[in-house]
Design a binder for this molecule. Structure first.
Ligand SMILES: *Cc1c(COP(=O)(O)O)cnc(C)c1O
Length: 471
């Protein structure tokens, strides 16, 4: 597969280059494959549907063709996904897609584990280790640390601001042994980021060590997230005639979004033939993308802290990929857009539990609430011209997607993406529903492990000294 650059279509690189460099150094643009090959129609119409790992293998194949042989790709997928995504019905026309069955209980495991194994694969003939440096304000660090833990040829150094992440998050990234180490920095997240950025531009250091990042914009994190959209839409398509007697359902994926990587992966799955009619882009108070869809003006802004903090992004980096792949008119036809504030998020957790018995986390709750509002007539209001047109008022924003008719005629079904386990946000969930979500074993276990993080000052010289004596 050839990959090009969102800022310069004349750029042509292979998969290895796109993965190992992360983004285009020359233009600062993001890598995108030049095409999204459709899966075979016989594969798409199989009943029962293919397994998650079969879907993953078939979807990944064209993107790594001529660079990773089939048997090696099979091994990468087997090793990356000892867990799967699970489809859970919560009412007759709504399913929750649980993406938290990986080791860190959040959807980023899907992307990070595939990235770690492809990087290790491409690094296999090198004599020296590849050193990954990551600054984190919480969730990315644990997903990346866990994904690379014990992966050969690579080590990871995670920097986080001491005292500024939750105790559970800290346990999740500071308790690894071996090739993943954590530094608790006496400073802010921005200080951590600055240390990493300075290291990347330090010539002296770059001559000594092979450094790399594990950024969320890496194409090898984006592609594997398309697997679970394909898989779940095939599962739901086969289930719906039994669950709700709808003959030809329009499947809508409702995606709680921050950087819009997850949603971009959904677009890739749809291009490859997933039976998905459209998407709801659901955000918190950081509603840059809903505003763009409603008004046509894209205004990046500083982020605002909310209860769904992994979605607190004011300048979503994958806007660049979405607007490379589609015109604004196409986006408006595929997407509905929605945002809610913290009050709405709490209400989402509470109402979801009350109406369905399902305990949802604050991120999934934003998506659940969007779908609940759509089902309860908000889309029809928009169609009648009675909807909300003020972008600063929470709710469905003024855009009628091509699939709106299916909502009115009641043959749409929703897949709500649940991106984190509710126990990761225990206090918010408990405050909303009056009971604690149960703690999965793998989170419980991590809480009792000894903290191995080392202290670090925020000045670059101390950091560099540490790197030189520890890498
Ligand atoms: C990262 C994250 C998101 C946002 O995903 P994007 O791909 O950045 O849109 C949503 N929920 C959780 C729990 C996350 O960790």
């Amino acid at each position: 597969m050839v990959y090009t650059d969102t800022r310069d279509k004349s750029v042509k690189v292979d998969f290895k280059t796109a993965v190992m460099s992360g983004m285009s150094v020359k233009t600062g643009g993001l890598y995108v494959p030049v095409e999204f090959p459709k899966l075979d129609s016989a594969f798409l119409s199989r009943t029962p549907e293919p397994s998650f790992r079969e879907v993953a293998y078939e979807m990944a194949k064209p993107y790594v063709k001529d660079e990773i042989p089939d048997a090696d790709l099979q091994a990468i997928i087997q090793d990356a996904y000892p867990f799967t995504a699970q489809v859970v019905p919560i009412d007759k026309i709504s399913y929750v897609l649980e993406l938290f069955h990986g080791p860190t209980c959040a959807f980023k495991d899907f992307g990070a584990r595939f990235m770690a194994r492809t990087m290790s694969y491409f690094n296999r003939s090198e004599n020296d280790n590849l050193h990954i440096l990551v600054a984190t304000s919480g969730d990315t660090g644990s997903a990346v640390g866990s994904a690379f833990h014990n992966v050969p040829g690579i080590d990871v150094t995670i920097l986080y601001p001491e005292g500024k992440i939750s105790p559970l998050q800290e346990k999740q990234l500071s308790t690894f042994e071996g090739n993943v180490r954590a530094l608790k920095v006496n400073g802010t997240f921005d200080d951590c980021q600055k240390l990493v950025k300075t290291a990347f531009t330090d010539k002296d250091l770059r001559e000594k060590f092979r450094l790399s990042s594990a950024n969320s914009i890496n194409i090898s994190r984006l592609l594997p997230q398309a697997f679970y959209y394909m898989y779940s839409s095939l599962v739901v398509k086969n289930r719906i005639p039994h669950d709700s007697k709808i003959e030809n359902p329009a499947i809508i994926c409702i995606v709680p979004s921050g950087n819009f990587g997850n949603l971009t992966s959904g677009l890739i799955a749809r291009e490859m033939g997933a039976p998905i009619a459209g998407f709801v882009a659901a955000t918190n108070a950081n509603h840059t993308v809903p505003d763009w869809i409603a008004t046509g003006d894209y205004n990046a802004r500083p982020s605002i802290a909310t209860l769904s903090n992994a979605m607190d992004v004011g300048a979503p980096s994958n806007y660049e990929r979405i607007s490379y792949m589609y015109t604004l008119e196409e986006v408006r036809s595929i997407f509905a857009s929605y945002w809610t504030d913290d009050k709405g998020t709490k209400e989402g957790i509470e109402k979801c539990y009350e109406k369905t018995g399902y305990i949802i986390d604050p991120h999934g709750a934003v998506a659940w609430k969007a779908w609940d509002d759509i089902k309860n007539g908000e889309m029809e209001k928009l169609m009648k011209g009675e909807g909300n047109t003020d972008i600063n008022v929470p709710g469905l924003t003024a855009n009628i997607p091509s699939w709106a008719e299916h909502i009115a005629s009641k043959n749409a079904v929703g897949i709500i993406l649940e991106t984190a386990h509710p126990a990761k946000f225990g206090s918010t969930v408990t405050a909303a529903i009056g009971r604690e979500p149960s703690m999965p074993d793998r989170l419980e276990k991590v809480l009792s492990l000894p903290d191995r993080a080392q202290k670090m000052e925020k000045d670059y010289e101390s950091f560099k000294e540490w790197l030189c004596s520890n890498l």
